[in-house]
Design a protein around this ligand. Sequence first.
Ligand code: NAI
Ligand code: MG
Length: 325
Amino acid sequence: MTEEIAVVPGDGIGQEVVPAAVRVLEAVDPGFSFVEAEAGDAVAAARGTPLPESTVETVEAADATLFGAAGETAADVILPLREAVGSFANVRPARAYPGVDALRPETDLVFVRENTEGVYAGHESDLGEGVTTLTRVVTESASRRIAEFGFAYAAERGADVTVAHKANVMRTTDGQFLHAVDAVASEQGATYDTELLDAMATKLLLDPSQYDVIVCPNLAGDVLSDLAAGLVGGLGLLPSGNVGAENGLFEPVHGTAPDIAGEGVANPSAAILSAAMLLSHLCHDGEAARVRSAVEAVLEDGPRTPDLGGSATTDAVAGAVIDRL
Ligand code: NAI
Ligand code: MG
């Protein structure tokens, strides 16, 4: 059966790293067909909307989506697309690779980030006279759902769960989040630790080896996973998956990198590792493992893009990954 993959490169280096990842998918050839769709700043300028309805339809209809990044319009693109695929969990693995100069080479953890609410629920108001407000939404159902997903994800991997929160200050919202996590844990007989998220930022930096799977609310996961990118050698290495109901959308954690866009030197590893997550999601585990080991081999032996101290182009790195498959 041919599976249909929506490909949405977006803006900036999305236009460079996503085609590189598609080349790798074509090389492992699990029988995918690809449909390209537009989103982001460029299509907003050309067609008046950063997310044409046709793109949403393509993503909804596809078996999975590979997304790059959008620039200024990122929030108008990625939040509706995550919704279009029914995603409630954002899975962000952060691990250090041999051969890459990492601040914390022992880092090997996975963020399981709530993907639908918190401060990103979109309830912001300008009350005038210099007063603005934001409503933070935390529901019991979404908190239970991410906890169930997180405990199942950790159990499959034999990993420990740590829950990041700030319930000492946000007593009602994060209080509810923690309460829901605790209820799910007792139902499942699962165990977990908790950390206050500000303290966790320090502990992650000093000793990331104490964590495996980190379950957290939306904003906490966004910030802590970028911190983890710094531990492992940069944003060019972090893949992510927006998963949930059935369909999934996979994207590098990084943005459009305007400082290097157009030069052909963006690190395609994050996008290629996102493609590997897409393969796993569609149960092509053998192909996913081949892609991961090929990326690891290239990270260890080169060629490397400038962010990792090399001088190779995006295409050269993708080509080297394909040679290693
Ligand atoms: P960014 O991730 O685009 O760049 C941060 C730094 O990391 C830059 O120095 C960049 O050169 C470097 N970098 C990122 N990815 C890289 C790669 N693959 N290879 C080599 N170096 C890489 O984040 P920034 O600068 O905060 O945002 C730039 C634009 O991207 C903004 O317009 C923002 O809205 C958008 N953005 C979009 C996202 C999305 O669509 N999901 C996510 C994050 C940012
Ligand atoms: Mg982010």
